[in-house]
Design a protein around this ligand. Sequence first.
Ligand code: URA
Length: 261
Amino acid sequence: MAQRPKVGDKAYHLLLAPGDVPRYILLPGDPGRVPLIAKHWTEAREVARNREFVTWVGSYKGVAVGATSTGIGSGSTAIAVEELLYAGADTFIRVGTTGALQREIRLGDLIIGTAAVRFDGASRWYAPPEYPAVAHWLVVKALVEAAESLGVRYHVGVVASTDSFYVGQERPGYGGFMPPWSRGLIDALRSLRVLSFEMESATIFTLASIYGARAGGVYATIANRETDEFKPEVGVEEAVKVANEAVKILAEYDRKSGADP
Ligand code: URA
């Protein structure tokens, strides 16, 4: 079998070696969000930086935690999950932004994903389309508990992950381009009670299930596709707080159940 490419003992893209990260890892898409997540930690420090992948580790309320940016979409996200597992992670929380499909979801509200429609590309290389992209129930429970304790507005349900922000989310491409298969996509997903669009969770959830790891996601609603509103960054700070707090809650569950290494 072919070897996985490495630089010394470091994974080729993330530049992380075994033991470089703790088990709990937050996954923003944007490298600029990693320090925003880490500002809530003590002992925060950058351990690796390459391309879109920036990794910091630290401690949140006494729990060792890390954050790695995945970049946008499934290709770079699958690389991040693969190489973080190699480096020692086993629990992933995506911290992202999302575009709501349901009218009642307001800008700034949080969404906690229970599963993701697999409109990504990378997860198709791992499992047939019938294989579900589901969040781990304990991660969902921890995120809900964290959202409750912080008193933020949140919704829980299925999201849809696409590799295309424009036509893949029924937004016009350049010059108004809209392929026939994108027309009516929003209506179809809304009728299936899908809560929102985002771009990475299907990949993270699918890979985590296959590898026996755990994953979940919390997203700030920055767009509503029914009301046609868009406000960048609204709710992001709340999503970051909920994700960090969920790590503390998960560590408590793990300690109590003896799953703490
Ligand atoms: N992220 C997405 O993928 N879509 C949106 O509309 C907003 C954030």
